[in-house]
Design a protein around this ligand. Structure first.
Ligand SMILES: *[C@@H]1O[C@H](CO)[C@@H](O)[C@H](O)[C@H]1NC(C)=O
Ligand SMILES: *[C@@H]1O[C@H](CO)[C@@H](O)[C@H](O)[C@H]1NC(C)=O
Ligand SMILES: *[C@@H]1O[C@H](CO)[C@@H](O)[C@H](O)[C@H]1NC(C)=O
Ligand SMILES: *[C@@H]1O[C@H](CO)[C@@H](O)[C@H](O)[C@H]1NC(C)=O
Ligand SMILES: *[C@@H]1O[C@H](CO)[C@@H](O)[C@H](O)[C@H]1NC(C)=O
Length: 465
């Protein structure tokens, strides 16, 4: 009995469930849902279907969802609500599953960048602005309208082309085509040089140009930059201004160029194009014809050939010459010691004396032998009459050769027997005695050279001090 009852209530339950499913199923079949909107009220109805659009439930059985366009406006909804007589004029799309009217229609509706303001100047990384056109029109075009330096408007011609568009307006006819950058930026070098505040980097590159670099140009890492902001279709330049009377040189961007009543302005177009080096004026003399040439006061000058960017001072024994280091310039020979300068006109007017500078204690093993003087470091002495010296000194860890200007080698004192002095630039190249002795010591300890004892005494006297 109990068992029969159980079966009975089971079958009742099953019957009830089946009936419920049937009702639910009928309800699903019955109520078609469609997106419902009108682009006259909400432009997203045309541009972003499916995003937060309202949904309606069609009231009639066997209804359809539609997307239709009339007079450029897009409408979505249940067919019988929008078109009670069931007729929807083309272009119109009908479908009969719930929410089937959610896509962009027609599927080839033109897409353009649509935005305005400063963020609209460059849209290459703003895909969120690329949308279907709100108003539909066959043969529509995208436009870009440039108002001024900080405002650009982009959109679809049929939707909202501005009245100002004939002026700076670009139109095009394929998806996403209105991407022209309306403002471009180009950089120039910006600097000022004048007599009271010299700026050598503004005149010419201070690094000696390598052979591979045919033309001298300013170094864009040591000179500051300025930026020309240029509207589409316009052109701005870089400029260089020079006034030889006032010794003023100015470089910069044409958008911020001042007014110059005299002097010469040259302009050019392109990134950092105003980088040309200024030609130089050099002191020109030699110590044979002009005794004042060495002291370097009130020297005659010459304007160098175009393209010259350095002046030289060369000294061979006691003969000194100065002039333009133009393309014909070369040292007179191996003994001719030359210094170049480029930081100002007549920069070669100062007195000159330089010496080989080294210390065998450093990595400079050639300091004692001087097999290759041309590879040796040189040093500018503090005075044009300073002597060059070399000597041998000892420290706790060994004996070394030292060379330099007299003032740089205090070990080279009056009672230093190893001190050798000479009067002339780069004259301190003689190999030192110690080097020969050292070789003898190492290779043949039984055969000590004559000066061995004195050197040992010298060494200990230094070491014990
Ligand atoms: C629904 O659409 C399908 C496919 O287009 C079609 O075969 C069917 O007849 C339509 N049904 C209704 C009720 O419109
Ligand atoms: C400087 O100029 C060189 C070549 O002219 C260029 O390659 C480089 O990018 C420039 N440097 C800067 C900071 O713009
Ligand atoms: C030195 O200068 C004088 C005058 O400019 C010139 O005549 C002479 O040739 C020069 N001497 C040398 C060796 O360059
Ligand atoms: C020595 O002086 C010349 C010119 O004045 C300069 O170009 C050069 O760099 C100086 N050398 C050193 C080692 O300072
Ligand atoms: C070095 O030579 C110059 C010119 O030849 C001379 O005037 C000067 O007196 C000499 N200096 C020394 C210390 O000998």
């Amino acid at each position: 009995m109990a068992r029969g009852l159980t079966l009975d209530s089971h079958s009742q339950l099953l019957f009830l469930m089946a009936g419920g499913l049937l009702i639910v199923g009928l309800a699903i079949v019955d109520s078609l849902e469609c997106y419902a909107c009108d682009s006259a009220e909400n432009s997203e109805c045309a541009t972003r279907p499916g995003q937060q659009l309202e949904v309606e439930e069609c009231s009639q059985a066997n209804d359809e969802c539609v997307i239709s366009i009339s007079a450029g406006l897009t409408r979505r909804g249940c067919l019988t609500r929008l078109y009670p007589n069931g007729y929807c004029a083309a272009p119109c799309e009908r479908c009969n599953t719930s929410l089937c009217n959610r896509h962009v229609y027609p599927t080839d509706r033109l897409r353009c960048y649509q935005c305005s303001g400063a963020e609209c100047i460059d849209v290459t990384s703003s895909p969120q602005y690329l949308l279907p056109c709100p108003v539909y029109k066959e043969g529509d075009r995208c436009y870009t309208n440039l108002y001024h330096l900080s405002n650009t408007m982009r959109g679809c011609e049929a939707t909202n082309i501005p009245d100002s568009c004939p002026h700076v307006c670009l139109k095009c006819n394929y998806n996403g085509c209105n991407t022209e950058k309306t403002i471009t930026e180009s950089r120039c070098l910006q600097c000022t040089h004048n007599r009271l505040s010299p700026n050598p980097d503004c005149l010419r590159n201070q690094a000696e140009s390598e052979d591979a670099q045919p033309r001298c140009s300013l170094d864009n890492t040591t000179v500051t930059h300025c930026v020309n902001r240029v509207m589409y279709g316009h052109r701005e330049n870089c400029f260089t201004y020079q006034n030889t009377q006032t010794e003023l040189v100015q470089r910069g961007c044409s958008t911020t160029m001042g007014f110059y009543s005299s002097g010469v302005v040259t302009q050019c177009h392109g990134e950092f194009c105003n980088a040309n080096c200024q030609d130089i004026v050099c002191a020109a003399c030699n110590s044979t014809a002009d005794p004042g040439c060495r002291a370097g006061r009130n020297l005659p000058t010459e304007k160098c050939a175009a393209g010259t960017t350095a002046c030289y001072s060369c000294e061979q024994d006691t003969f000194l010459r100065r002039g333009c280091a133009d393309e014909n310039f070369a040292p007179a020979g191996p003994g001719d010691s030359c210094q170049l300068c480029r930081d100002a006109d007549s920069c070669n007017r100062y007195s000159v004396r330089s010496c080989y500078r080294c210390n065998a204690q450093d990595q400079d093993t050639d300091c004692a032998a001087m097999d290759l003087p041309s590879a040796m470091t040189t040093s500018n002495c503090s005075s044009p009459t300073e002597l060059c010296v070399s000597t041998v000194v000892s420290r706790l860890d060994g004996i070394y050769t030292v060379r330099g200007c007299e003032g740089q080698v205090p070990e080279c004192s009056a009672n230093d027997p190893y001190c050798v002095r000479c009067n002339g630039s780069l004259c301190n190249y003689a190999p030192t005695l110690w080097r020969q002795t050292q070789v003898g010591l190492v290779t043949d300890p039984d055969n000590l050279p004559d000066n061995w004892w004195s050197l040992l005494q010298y060494w200990w006297s230094r070491k014990l001090r």
